[in-house]
Design a protein around this ligand. Structure first.
Ligand code: PEP
Ligand code: MG
Length: 592
């Protein structure tokens, strides 16, 4: 047996065969498509060609002076990309033969091969190799965007092991067949981790080179509590883990059973506990797990699932469904947060050197006004069907909010004059995730109805650590005194200005941080659906007054280890029965 270590990203134990995503084989996958899929498949092919073209153009630009005279080879590759025999033929094959882009291009390529092999001139005949090389580049891009890479076609339950998973891979995977996720890249707040927690499957991320050590069908154990992967375990170890698995399941059933009880402390302090969702399919679980609304609807996943832009009508239908189904509770709909680590091929700029600091979220929406307009109109229209709030991501200052509000007012006027109903008093909020917003919280609070602290990004930007980069993962620390002060300060300023403050970053769903968040008086915590039952139960076991004292105490401490120790001690004393103890202590090292 071999053990590999990574970052625990979603709790639970999985035992089963590995399924290693092998990038090399993807191009060979063939799939028939429905006539309705033709435009999407052709678009995927065009996008792939365009992306290779951009890549080649960039290479030409960056050629060192001594190689400049050889740029004709690269230019000829650009021409091959759009050659009728390859480009037009692939599009026609998709349409007429109803096959996916990879297969359609393979057919075009084999036709070209036939034609070239009959040519007598050996120089020209060998040019086929250039065409094949160019096609290979397109295959590679297609593989990255392929719906065939999606994990929706698995034949039996497996543990997926991959270098990385795109948000699109994860949302399209069959949740019945994927028992757990293991990736080489990523951190606790990267999209793979967030989605694994939403779906409720164990995940370990940031496991160095794991795809080189595991083969498909290898028996493995994923320990999502400790961030361990055990490869080819012995029978005795499997037994130990089966017992842990059962114990955890029993606990889950018990807390979920109590999840409709309110999140009220023993001394009567009431906290709103809501859910973060990515997809509409999560709504039944949201309700079953006792959420009092949706505190963050990450709407970009609708776009990522479809891999295209959605019309106002499609968005309206989705938002209306959420508003109606969560009623009488509210939903906070976030406008598109694309860019950063979530790309949409025809919107995001792939060549940004620092995507997290680039054209992301509200910045992109303010530039792509048609896209923004569709979303805002759809949200406003949905507000006639339930309690809908809007939240804007990655706001950095007052001017942005003013601009957004002006646009919103313009759209309200439009809807009014068209006689389309909406809620005139729709509440608007901003995500607190750019550190400067905390310094000017009093100014921003005058502009909006509420704040929601996005700790995933706030910590990324404040501690200067890329949230997707496993190499700096260890520096991600919610208990950093600077982070705790920021959270306390923005909460106090917002309250002094008379507005509510929520937290919707992953920190809000982690047991260890709950006493502090209760103590500083946050009004709402919004978290991954799976965390709700245990966090509600923790709140019920808490005394607010003690949490207030605890929060004051740790705000005085000066270093991370001191704070960690104080938090762990408070936890041990006050939440003995909690799963967090099971998470952190009882699931001990197996006896190996
Ligand atoms: C956050 O940044 O904390 C957040 C909730 O948003 P996201 O994880 O979608 O960036
Ligand atoms: Mg964010």
């Amino acid at each position: 047996m071999k053990i590999y270590r990574g970052t625990e990203a979603s709790p639970g134990i999985a035992i089963g065969p590995a399924f290693v995503l092998d990038m090399q084989k993807i191009e060979a996958v063939k799939r028939r498509i429905a006539p309705s899929e033709i435009p999407e498949e052709q678009e995927r092919f065009r996008n792939a060609v365009e992306s290779v073209e951009m890549e080649l153009a960039r290479l030409i630009d960056e050629l060192p002076p001594e190689l400049k005279e050889h740029d004709s080879m690269l230019r000829s590759h650009i021409m091959i990309l759009k050659d009728k025999m390859l480009y037009d033929a692939t599009l026609t094959n998709i349409q007429e033969r109803l096959i996916n882009a990879e297969w359609a291009m393979k057919k075009a390529l084999s036709n070209i091969k036939k034609v070239f092999s009959s040519i007598k001139d050996s120089y020209i005949r060998e040019r086929y190799q250039d065409i094949r090389q160019v096609a290979q580049k397109v295959f590679t891009v297609l593989a990255g965007s392929s719906s065939l890479r999606d994990l929706g076609n698995l034949e039996k339950p497996v543990i997926v092991v991959a270098r990385d998973l795109t948000p699109a891979d994860t949302i399209r995977m069959s949740t019945e067949k994927v028992m757990a996720l293991v990736t080489e890249l990523g951190s606790r707040t990267s999209h793979t981790a967030i989605l694994a927690r939403s779906i409720g499957i164990p995940a370990v991320v940031g496991v160095d080179n794991i795809t080189e050590h595991i083969l498909t069908e290898d028996p493995i154990i994923v320990d999502g509590f400790k961030g361990r992967i055990l490869v080819s375990p012995e029978e005795q170890t499997i037994e130990t883990y089966r017992r842990k698995q059962k114990k955890y399941l029993k606990y889950r059933i018990e807390v979920i059973h109590q999840s409709n009880l309110p999140a009220e402390t023993r001394d009567g302090y009431r906290l709103k506990i809501k859910a973060n969702i990515e997809l509409l399919e999560e709504i039944p679980t949201v309700i079953r797990h006792g959420a009092e609304g949706i505190g963050l609807f990450r709407t970009e996943y609708l776009f990522l699932a479809q891999k295209k832009l959605l019309t106002e009508e499609q968005l309206f239908q989705a938002y209306k469904t959420v508003a109606e189904r969560i009623h009488p509770y509210p939903v906070t709909i976030r406008t598109l947060d694309i860019g950063g680590d979530k790309f949409l091929s025809h919107l995001s700029k792939h060549n940004e050197q620092n995507p997290a600091l680039g054209l992301r979220a509200i910045r992109l929406c303010l530039q792509e006004t048609e896209l923004f307009r569709n979303q805002l109109r759809a949200i406003l229209r949905a507000s006639a069907f339930g309690e809908v709030n809007i939240i804007f991501p990655l706001i950095s200052g007052k001017a942005e909010i003013v601009q957004v509000k002006e646009f919103l007012e313009q759209l309200k006027d439009e809807l009014r004059s068209q006689g389309i109903p909406y809620n005139e008093n729709i509440r608007i909020g901003i995500m607190i995730e750019v550190p400067t917003t905390i310094m000017i919280a009093d100014i921003l609070a005058k502009e909006v109805d509420f704040f929601s602290i996005g700790t995933n990004d706030l910590i990324q930007y404040s501690l200067a650590i890329d949230r997707g980069n496993d190499a700096v993962n260890h520096l991600y620390e919610p208990l950093h005194p600077g982070i705790l002060r920021m959270i306390a300060s923005v909460t106090e300023d917002a309250h002094n200005s008379g507005i509510e403050v929520a937290m919707c970053g992953e920190m809000a769903g982690e047991p260890l941080y709950i006493p502090f968040l209760l103590g500083i008086g946050l009004d709402e915590l919004s978290m991954n659906v799976q965390a709700i039952p245990k966090i509600k139960r923790m709140v019920r076991e808490s005394y607010r007054e003690e949490c207030v004292r605890f929060a004051r105490n740790i705000l005085e401490l000066t270093s991370v280890p001191e704070i960690q120790e104080a938090a762990a001690e408070f936890f041990r004393q006050n939440y003995r029965d909690e799963i967090a103890i099971l998470d952190q202590e009882e699931v001990n090292e197996p006896q190996l």
